[in-house]
Design a protein around this ligand. Structure first.
Ligand code: AMP
Ligand code: MG
Length: 315
């Protein structure tokens, strides 16, 4: 990709943006908080491209943006408490972390393979228009390179990501300017990140909110199911398979499964969680999963981060 188009929120601009998203491309768009970097949340490739464009060093879970509650209920399980919070604060700058529906159809890269999903209905009219013309869920972290300040104007998006994304939908300046508040509603309610909705407003409804919930560790004990780790032991940097091993390859060379035969890191990221599971199914009792070396560059860093955790000693 070399040129990033700037689109406007006209019927033509929205139709073009939706077409790019349907082709698994990336479109940055305005929300009331900051500009989000949107990709189809059901597409492994689109979500892998988001991580690649941002240069994120790990696969932390992304927020899924939907136009309305009917759509939200197809991805997350809403209990009475979640319904009440949603009725009070959506659309708006509040993200809810809820149990993921088994039949959600979301890419496991969006949830970092957790059993929870972070979901939000943005209020911004351009975000709403884009979600409706696309007709699907959008994974959208802030539209900036990893570690840089979040963008609140289309020009900020271009400063950081021009040439790395397909388009930016220009909707002017964002009103709120800080990220959404993240409320965990799995088990006891917990504030996972302060943001655009004041905590006091949530506490008026839910009572005092522990802030102990660490947004960087969404799988903290008692909050969420733990990260998926294969049942079989994992050996990294395996140039070849030893007897009793299922080899997960990358690039050329003999392997039982391959993250990307052509050695493409974006394809490998898109396949990662699916093939880890498949390798685990293939491994007989007592067998091990041997994973090919992955270059420590670009998305390879995020892949290796995840693989090192899969290979770490189990508690
Ligand atoms: P952002 O960079 O604005 O997309 O922030 C996303 C943040 O939301 C993550 O860093 C997590 O803290 C939180 N989050 C997203 N998805 C989940 C999830 N499935 N479970 C728990 N927390 C999540
Ligand atoms: Mg950000």
């Amino acid at each position: 990709m070399n040129q990033t188009q700037t689109l406007t929120a006209t019927p033509e601009g929205l139709a073009r943006a939706a077409q790019i998203l349907s082709g698994q491309g990336l479109v940055a768009f305005p929300t009331e908080t900051v500009y989000g970097l949107g990709g189809d949340a059901r597409s492994d490739l689109a979500v892998a491209r988001i991580f690649d464009a941002k240069g994120r060093p790990r696969f932390n879970p992304l927020i899924v943006h939907v136009p309305d509650l009917t759509a939200a209920r197809t991805y997350a399980v809403f209990d009475a408490r979640a319904e009440a919070v949603a009725a009070a604060f959506w659309p708006g700058p509040l993200t809810l972390v809820l149990p993921l529906r088994q039949d959600s159809g979301l890419s496991p890269l969006v949830t970092a393979d957790l059993e929870s999903v972070a979901i939000r209905i943005p209020a911004h009219p351009v975000a709403q228009a884009l979600l409706r013309s696309f007709g699907g869920p959008l994974a959208a972290p802030s539209a900036n390179p990893s570690g840089r300040v979040s963008p609140t104007r289309a020009v900020h998006v271009l400063e950081g990501l021009a040439g790395r994304i397909d388009a930016v939908l220009d909707g002017g300046a964002c009103a709120v300017g800080v990220e959404s508040t993240i409320l965990g509603l799995i088990g006891e309610p917990a504030l996972l990140r302060p943001g655009g909705i004041a905590v006091e407003r949530l506490e008026a409804m839910l009572g005092p909110l522990p802030t102990g919930g660490d947004a960087k560790k969404p799988n903290a004990p008692g909050q969420l199911a733990s990260h998926y780790a294969p049942g079989a032991p994992v050996r990294l940097n395996a140039e070849t398979a030893l007897p009793g091993e299922v080899r997960l390859g990358f690039g050329a060379g003999a392997s039982d499964l391959n993250l990307s035969p052509s050695g493409d890191l974006i394809e490998a990221a898109a396949n990662l969680f699916h093939l880890l599971r498949e390798a685990d199914h293939l491994a007989q009792p007592g067998q091990r999963i041997a994973i090919a070396p992955i270059p420590e560059q670009g998305l390879g860093r995020a892949i290796n981060d995840r693989l090192r955790r899969a290979a770490a000693p189990r508690p």
